[in-house]
Design a binder for this molecule. Structure first.
Ligand code: PRP
Length: 207
């Protein structure tokens, strides 16, 4: 079985959680696929945007990924979104650098074009969306966009760059996803794993 984990802020938390359910591994910066303390379970650490792709194709059986990324999937999903881990809590928000004067068709910079499109469609607001891959906050500062739609956790990045959060679009957290055919073939094993992850999350929540 292969479990894929996201690089970055959440890795340590998810690694600790897996350790709690008896799946421990040593991550090194160079090794891409790692054995774990459980003989038939390996883990790989990927960019979060790549995680659904590996799980969708059944290369990975299980993945941990943010709802922000799952919202942006256009293809048919060959995986179940099974568990809201309650980790990596943040929000997808609309923010701006200064008052928006171009109200006819404002420009929105974001890593999340589908979410942004749906949000403005719900407001019947016509916008131009520019998809960026890097630090989104820079777009309105340099005049590329009027608004941004981006993740906010502490709010420090917005604050430090003089941007204001105008509206929360959606609460975001990490989800556990399972490839549909792996779930059929390894049903009891995966069910057991999910139950023990749930127990560990409850235990951590109590403490
Ligand atoms: C996210 C997001 C913001 C920042 C918000 O980026 O895009 O820039 O975190 O966090 P804050 O409200 O706590 O300041 P991240 O650091 O994950 O890097 P990324 O741009 O590579 O996604």
């Amino acid at each position: 079985m292969l479990i894929v984990l996201p690089k970055g802020r959440l890795l340590k938390e998810i690694k600790n959680l897996l350790g709690q359910v008896g799946i421990s591994f040593k991550d090194s910066s160079r090794k891409l696929v790692m054995d774990t303390s459980v003989k038939d379970i390996k883990v790989a650490i990927l960019r979060s945007w790549d995680i659904p792709k590996f799980v969708n194709k059944g290369i990975a059986d299980i993945g941990f990924v943010g709802k922000d990324v799952l919202n942006e999937i256009e293809d048919e999903e060959n995986f179940y979104e099974s568990l809201d881990m309650g980790l990596g809590k943040c929000r997808l928000s609309l923010a701006a650098y200064k008052e928006v004067t171009n109200s006819n068709k404002p420009i929105v910079a974001t890593k999340y074009p589908l979410s942004a499109k749906a949000f403005f469609a719900s407001k019947m607001q016509n916008v131009e969306i520019i998809q960026l891959k890097g630090a989104i906050e820079i777009a309105p500062i340099l005049g590329l966009s009027d608004y941004i739609v981006d993740l906010v956790q502490t709010g420090n990045t917005l604050k430090d760059n003089g941007l204001s959060e105008l509206e929360v679009i959606q609460d975001i957290s990490t989800r556990l996803i399972i490839n549909k055919s792996s779930f059929k073939t390894n049903n009891s094993k995966i069910q057991r794993l999910i139950l023990s992850i749930k127990d560990a999350l409850n235990e951590n929540f109590k403490n």
